[in-house]
Design a protein. Sequence first.
Length: 318
Amino acid sequence: MKIVALDGHTLNPGDNPWTPVEALGDFAVYDKTPDDQILARAEGATVILTNKVPLAAETFDALPEVKFVSVTATGYNVVDTEAARARDIPVSNIPVYGTDSVAQYAMALLLELCHNVGRHDAAVHQGGWMGSGYWSFWETPLMELAGKTIGLVGFGRIGQRVGELAHAFGMEVWAYAPSAKEPPGYQPFALKSVEEIFAGADVVSLHCPQTPGNAGFVNAELLGSMKEGSLFINTARGGLVDEQALLDALRAGKPRAAASDVASTEPIENGNPLLQAPNLLITPHMAWATLEARQRLMQMTADNIKAFQDGAPINLVN
């Protein structure tokens, strides 16, 4: 059985061997694949692994030997799942692998916004502390989390874990969940609307998937309703945010600061409004990428392939 990974670099940049997958067939891996090389590289493959390389209906038409697709991520919008289903091609994803890593990263961004640790380290090395004349010095507002409210837009596995961590810091947790959720075992906690969260929380953090219906929902109106001194964090998807509106909001001082691990187009493009925004921390879609999370993702990818080979595919999305 021929197995082809079309864009394997982010899963294994050199520290996360493909050994579990290699054991399952004749395996070929490419760091990344341009659209015009998809057909040549996937020719003859029974199994295709993709993360961000698109697989459209016409691609499946041109690759009749493909019998299974495993997306090496949770999001699977790069695959035309309906076209695959019409051709009896099951598509699987990796639903749970980075919950702790992404939640930890969201809190890392929050703590950086509260204390600007990196900026103050740089200031010390540049002589700012020595030149201040004081035993203690800081260049930005400092914020204590205890007693503050965090609003989580999305309360799935990652949102719930962020809520637990925020509660441990003494925060009140609000959450928006489009479907019914069991309340967590801690208090204070409340389910709120998206509008209530943006208007009332000290920190707003996105943990929802991007769908055709919610693209750009974080708009000028929502951002303009935020409290003075509030913070905004996005570790979900860049397309959830109207990036020009976020630039304008940060220039106006509401929110006071923001952090985003994602952009509407990735890698981020020159001219993206976020690159001009004041008080904005941007990181390159790395919240998911701890070695531990990528090792789980690798093993679960192998599990998906093995289940398909055994005739009982798992983690199906179509």
